[in-house]
Design a binder for this molecule. Structure first.
Ligand code: SF4
Ligand code: SF4
Length: 65
């Protein structure tokens, strides 16, 4: 599954667009930088890693199996 560190997310949405299962979305709550960070919808992740490889922030996303 995917694990998001909201404080390192810049809210660019690249992972949302890259996810083949459409299980990521930009949330409504703001992180400490005032950015609407990405959130995992809670189901559907197949651990493909596309979100990780498309994210420009090294510590915002990780994928665990
Ligand atoms: S690992 Fe794949 S399926 Fe899971 S959230 Fe990332 S892009 Fe979507
Ligand atoms: S690609 Fe990375 S920085 Fe951009 S919204 Fe997704 S987790 Fe945040």
């Amino acid at each position: 599954m995917v694990v998001v560190d909201k404080e390192n997310c810049k809210g660019c949405g690249r992972c949302v667009a890259a996810c083949p299962k459409k299980c990521l979305a930009l949330g409504e709550t703001l992180n400490a930088m005032g950015i609407k960070s990405v959130e995992y919808k809670g189901e559907g992740c197949i651990s493909c890693g596309m979100c990780f490889y498309n994210c420009p922030e090294p510590y915002a996303l990780k994928v665990e199996k």
